[in-house]
Design a protein. Structure first.
Length: 329
């Protein structure tokens, strides 16, 4: 039933995507604000309380509801799975930015492409040269695909197998969103935020995302250039400040043969770049701190789209084979 739920959710999401600024997204913002305002008194031990209520609380409620519905009606249980996956999983939650930026670049409107990237990622992209602009679009799109599709997919399947239905999808989405919101609130809104809460949320999401990130990178290697993806994973993952992001981006860069990484461009927040000393010796043909491959070009956007969709098909086929084996066994 998991496979059917994922298929139906993806189909619904393609036919009727959630609009930008939808009520569910606004509700998540209101929930995170409310828990922070009512349970965070600024002390270090309050961070764990706030995170648990914000992230684990909704996941537990959905898990309990899934257990009750599964006991009384398989149809209602399936509908709950599809509804939750529709709200938490899907390309269309971020792909409109990707599509609009690609269209702007195809018609030569780099100013509009920079504006859209700045609106999407809340950074100053006004001074980005074309190659750097493409690099940032590729990197942000790959990470968004992982967090909106593959990470949700993994945790849904895992906790669903334990009888908790779509609780895993809620857990992953809330952990990712809460950590991103608290960091955004501190960095962009210049609002006071419990530093301990930001660090804890970043660390816990890193743990939650540890296995999904490596499975995503593995999928990219299988459906892309396997040898280069594995070499890039092993050689270049340390170029990024966060290990999970580094593994995904290094593997994807090798899989499609594109150059990612590099020193932060003017005006771009450098929180995803290191000094790049950890990357070891670089080839003379490679930019400082970047992976191997060709400099980003417009055609690489389509290559990344194909890579992501092939990975989706791969994991869907794998889940179907496991389901068939379980039925036959």
């Amino acid at each position: 039933m998991n496979l059917i739920a994922v298929l139906l959710a993806l189909i619904c999401e393609q036919l009727k995507p959630l609009p930008h600024g939808n009520p569910v997204h606004q509700g998540m913002i209101a929930w995170v604000r409310w828990t922070g305002r009512n349970f965070d008194a600024g002390r270090s031990h309050h961070a764990a309380v706030v995170w648990s209520i914000t992230v684990v609380g909704p996941a537990l409620l959905v898990g309990l509801l899934a257990m009750l519905l599964h006991r009384y009606s398989l149809v209602l249980s399936l509908l709950l799975d599809v509804l939750v996956l529709y709200l938490t999983l899907g390309f269309r939650q971020f792909s409109h930015y990707f599509t609009d930026i690609r269209d702007a670049l195809e018609r030569g409107d780099e100013l509009e492409a920079r504006r859209l990237l700045a609106e999407w990622r809340h950074l100053d992209a006004s001074e980005l040269p074309r190659t750097e602009l493409l690099r940032h679009v590729l990197e942000h799109s790959l990470l968004a695909a992982h967090r909106h599709v593959f990470g949700v997919f993994f945790w849904f399947v895992l906790l669903s197998a334990l009888g908790l239905g779509p609780a895993g999808a809620v857990l992953y989405r809330m952990a990712e969103f809460a950590g991103r919101y608290w960091a955004f609130k501190s960095r962009t809104l210049d609002a006071p935020t419990n530093e301990r809460l930001m660090q804890l949320s970043r660390r816990l999401f890193g743990l939650i995302d540890h296995v999904p990130a490596r499975l995503t990178a593995t999928g990219f290697a299988i459906v892309g250039n396997f040898e280069e993806a594995v070499n890039g994973w092993r050689r270049d993952a340390a170029l990024w400040a966060h290990s999970n992001e580094g593994i995904i981006l290094a593997a994807a860069a090798g899989a499609v043969g594109v150059q990612l990484g590099g020193s932060a461009a003017p005006g771009v927040t450098p929180d995803r770049s290191k000094t790049f000393d950890a990357g070891g010796d670089m080839d003379a043909t490679r930019a400082e701190g970047s992976t191997g491959g060709q400099p980003p070009q417009l055609g690489h956007l389509q290559s990344v789209v194909g890579l992501v969709w092939r990975s989706v098909v791969l994991w869907m086929l794998l889940m179907g084979l496991l389901r068939a084996a379980n039925m036959l066994g």
